[in-house]
Design a protein around this ligand. Structure first.
Ligand code: URA
Ligand code: SF4
Length: 249
């Protein structure tokens, strides 16, 4: 039985709100393009042999929300774009249910090339590919990473169980706010998960606000704890300069 999607709850698109966001995005876009170019030519793991196209990921360089899936399927491999098959259709619907579009977020995967027959990526393949996702994450510096499925969850919260972690804002060891969700493909096999996915994503806009507030508070606190070092630095440069001057005489 198909369960109807809940009525759309409008929420602000998840673009960065800081003043420097637009300016910073120029650097972000160049970094993301560089990663995508490398990924398309990558031969670091055996998955490159079976691919038609690598799938680096796509979305807004201004976003505060990074969604991380597992790896490309057949449709993604054929088009070079993430989440464009049946699971992707559901993901687009899920985003729409909170008033977001695909172009409001960034969508990437743990591995960028399709595992044969859609098998799980092997640990060595995940490890070989991880620096690309590291760099995408560094470039975007998202307030929240939404993990889709187990493989993505393991990267951020090793040992966590999707059945207890889904729909809740957590924090990774690296300090990222993480919002675990089931993989949309799971709902295509197990209909009851569809409702869970819609219920979980309904909590995402509020989780994003909570994460932003916590990050802002932490930034403010660390700025206060470590005041700008310009003056002492300037003084020591001056001192070095003076010393240099002295030795001249
Ligand atoms: N499943 C994934 O994990 N990623 C995709 O891009 C498509 C399907
Ligand atoms: Fe390179 Fe990642 Fe593709 Fe392996 S899966 S070939 S590491 S881009």
């Amino acid at each position: 039985m198909r369960v109807a999607a809940p009525v759309a709850a409008p929420s602000r698109p998840p673009a960065k709100t800081d003043e420097g966001g637009r300016h910073a995005a120029m650097g972000t876009e160049a970094l993301l393009t560089a990663v995508a170019t490398e990924v398309r030519g990558c031969m670091r793991c055996p998955l490159h042999r079976g691919r038609s196209q690598a799938v680096p990921g796509e979305g807004s360089p201004l976003t505060d929300v990074l969604l991380v899936g597992e790896g490309p399927g057949a449709r993604e491999d054929a088009t070079g774009r993430p989440f464009v098959g049946p699971a992707g259709q559901l993901l687009t619907e899920l985003l729409g249910s909170v008033g977001w579009q695909r172009s409001d977020v960034f969508i990437a995967n743990v591995v960028k090339c399709r595992p044969p027959g859609n098998r799980d990526p092997e640990p060595a393949e995940v490890a070989a590919c991880s620096s690309y996702l590291d760099r995408q994450e560094d470039a975007l510096d998202p307030a929240v990473v939404v993990t889709l499925g187990r493989h993505s969850l393991q990267r951020y919260l090793p040992g966590a169980r999707i059945s207890s972690a889904h729909g809740q804002l957590r924090r990774s060891g690296g300090g990222r706010f993480v919002f675990p969700m089931y993989h949309p493909a799971a709902a295509l096999h197990q209909a009851s998960l569809r409702e869970t996915l819609f219920a979980d994503i309904r909590a995402l806009p509020a989780a994003l606000l909570a994460a932003r507030e916590a990050l802002e508070a932490e930034r403010a606190a660390s700025a206060q704890a470590a005041p700008p070092t310009e003056e002492p630095e300037a003084a020591s440069v001056q001192q070095a300069h003076d010393t240099e001057q002295l030795t001249l005489f």
